[in-house]
Design a protein around this ligand. Sequence first.
Ligand SMILES: [Zn+2]
Length: 67
Amino acid sequence: MNTESPRVREVKCPVCGALVRWEPASRWRPFCSERCRTQDLGAWASESYRIPEAEAADGATDDADLA
Ligand SMILES: [Zn+2]
C-alpha cells in the first residue's frame, strides 16, 4: 500500500512553477519564495505604472488665418 498521505495540497508557484505546499509554513504561497512573490508583484507594478506618453498637443494649427 501507499504509505504516503498526500493530505497537503500543493500549488504551483505562478512565477517559476515550483510546487508549493499550501500550508501555514509556506508563508509566501502561492509563491514558492519571497523572491518569486516580489518578482510577480514587480511585474504587476511596472505594468500598471506604465503611463502612455502624453499625446502631442495640437491646438496651435488652426490659428494662422488672421491675415
Ligand atoms: Zn517560485
